[in-house]
Ligand binder design. Structure first.
Ligand code: PGA
Length: 256
């Protein structure tokens, strides 16, 4: 049985004061939580040190939203994998569609970042997904296949075992228009099939594949009950404790 992971991608939101408020609300709401699912928050870099202190004693884990493909050194403005690890990050989101779109990240670069994250012991949450144009031209499967092959290039089976994959159709991100549970599940099955072909069916069965794109309190349950959807990567709805908690609760119900 794959464990469900609910991760909040705060994006470029929440200064340190707002971070403190949101975490206080979340830890209060999660008082009776029994660890039935993994809960991760990914605040912006400037909030990570504070967030790490504030989640102590709770079951919330922490991730970053990006990192450099390089080790420490002369890379002005960048943050290394080791830096993230030493301030308490266990996860790092890599290859988010906003990084691909606005910062021109490619599968090749994302692949380098994945290798770097794994080398220090961070768990990458690797994002892939097609645009609306690609879906409408009927090439979703082709795009997903290219992305999976690109981001996993030269990774061993024991490395892939440590990854979390997030399927995030670009047209569903921040639009309020989620993929239907069936649409999402179909792509999740494809991703699992690809991992099966590239590695083994055993590994494919173990791989945690999250869905992301307008997941909210209303649609979480139906998405998370699909056979191949193992959690959610949540943007907008992770910025309010009530909405995020409702998604966590939906995951707990489905996991029962
Ligand atoms: P959204 O974002 O939930 O606001 O659509 C998801 C994401 O970008 O990870």
């Amino acid at each position: 049985m794959r464990r469900k992971i609910i991760a909040g991608n705060w994006k470029m939101n929440k200064d340190i004061h707002e971070t403190a408020t949101l975490i206080a609300e979340l830890t209060e709401r999660m008082k009776d939580f029994r660890n039935e699912v993994d809960v991760i928050i990914c605040p912006p870099f400037t909030s990570l040190v504070l967030a790490n202190a504030l989640i102590k004693g709770s079951s919330i884990k922490m991730g970053a939203q990006n990192m450099s493909q390089y080790d420490d050194g002369a890379y002005t403005g960048e943050i290394s994998a080791r830096m993230l690890l030493t301030i308490g990050c266990e996860y790092v989101i890599l290859g988010h569609s906003e990084r691909r779109q606005y910062f021109k990240e490619t599968d090749e670069l994302i692949n380098q970042k994945i290798k770097k994250a794994l080398s220090v012991g961070l768990t990458p949450i690797v994002c892939i997904g097609e645009t609306l144009e690609e879906r409408e031209s009927g090439i979703t499967d082709k795009i997903i296949t290219t992305q999976i092959k690109g981001v996993l290039k030269e990774l061993t089976s024991s490395e892939v075992e440590k990854l979390v994959i997030a399927y995030e159709p670009v047209w569903a991100i921040g639009t309020g228009k989620n993929a239907t549970p069936e649409q999402a599940n179909q792509v999740h099955k494809l991703i699992r099939k690809l991992i099966g072909q590239m590695y083994s069916w055993n590994l494919a069965e173990k791989t945690v594949i999250q869905y992301g794109g307008s997941m909210n309190a209303q649609n979480a349950s139906s998405l998370l009950s699909q056979s191949d959807i193992d959690g959610g990567l949540i943007g907008g709805a992770s910025l309010k404790s009530e909405a995020f908690m409702a998604i966590i609760q939906a995951a707990v119900e489905v996991a029962k």
